[in-house]
Write a new protein. Structure first.
Length: 237
């Protein structure tokens, strides 16, 4: 007897809780949207920056699906017509699960990373949201990243505009002068971000070049909280 499920193609036709959870979470991009919400991206634009290869139409569709599933809720912004996205209690329970998936991927799926995965815009966005703003200098600090080894037609230059109250990734020179210039092959910088090397050792080895005041150059890695998947911290020796 043919027992293949012929109903909704997004469903498995099984009562198993694993199957029911997979119907919500195993759609393409969905787990990454949960990751973004875990990382305190709450506006549509911020979530989109964390999944730059995803179309905005599909992102809107997936967010609506997660809302219907009770994983995400929308909250109106006071005095504005826009709204923000937040994990519900059910969504918050996914956080340690997503973290464990990431740790598993760090241990067992790294061999699948190729040059097309070295997304410099995503790296800059991750660095921006990892900034511990209570550690940055007073006033404004501008860090210019000049990256090599990026995919064809990908951006090579970024500016991280840092202030104690906020930080922003700029795709063009913000016009405030530059305090630090960090030059690196994007693969080397990602390796540091993922804990395969430390920032300081990469500078000593000549894989990362930093131009600017020594106090800022030495302090920069300490402004960033390392990814939970990093085996070594940015500030290690």
């Amino acid at each position: 007897m043919d027992r293949r499920y012929d109903g909704d193609m997004s469903r498995y036709g099984q009562f198993c809780p694993v199957a029911k959870a997979a119907e919500i979470l195993a759609e393409r991009w969905t787990i990454l949207i949960v990751r973004e919400l875990m990382c305190r991206s709450v506006t549509f634009n911020d979530i989109a920056r964390g999944v730059p290869a995803m179309s905005r139409t599909l992102l809107s569709k997936r967010l609506k699906e997660l809302e219907r599933a009770g994983v995400v809720e929308r909250r109106p912004e006071a005095g504005r017509s826009s709204h923000t996205y937040h994990l519900t209690e059910a969504g918050e329970e996914l956080c340690p699960i997503v973290l464990e998936i990431g740790l598993w991927g760090h241990r067992w799926a790294r061999f699948r990373v190729d040059k097309d995965d070295h997304d410099p815009a995503l790296l800059m966005w991750e660095m921006r949201r990892a900034l511990a703003l209570d550690r940055v200098p007073e006033g404004r600090t501008v860090v210019h990243f000049a990256l090599s080894g990026v995919a064809k037609n990908a951006r090579r230059r970024f500016w991280l505009l840092i202030a104690p109250s906020d930080a922003e990734v700029c795709f063009t020179d913000p016009g405030f002068g530059t305090d630090l210039i960090i030059s690196a092959d994007v693969r080397r910088l990602i390796a540091v971000w993922l804990g395969d090397a430390t920032f300081a050792q990469s500078v000593r080895d000549g894989n990362i070049h930093v131009e600017g005041p020594r106090r800022l150059a030495e302090a920069f890695p300490t402004w960033l909280e390392p990814t939970p998947f990093a085996a070594q911290g940015l500030t290690g020796h």
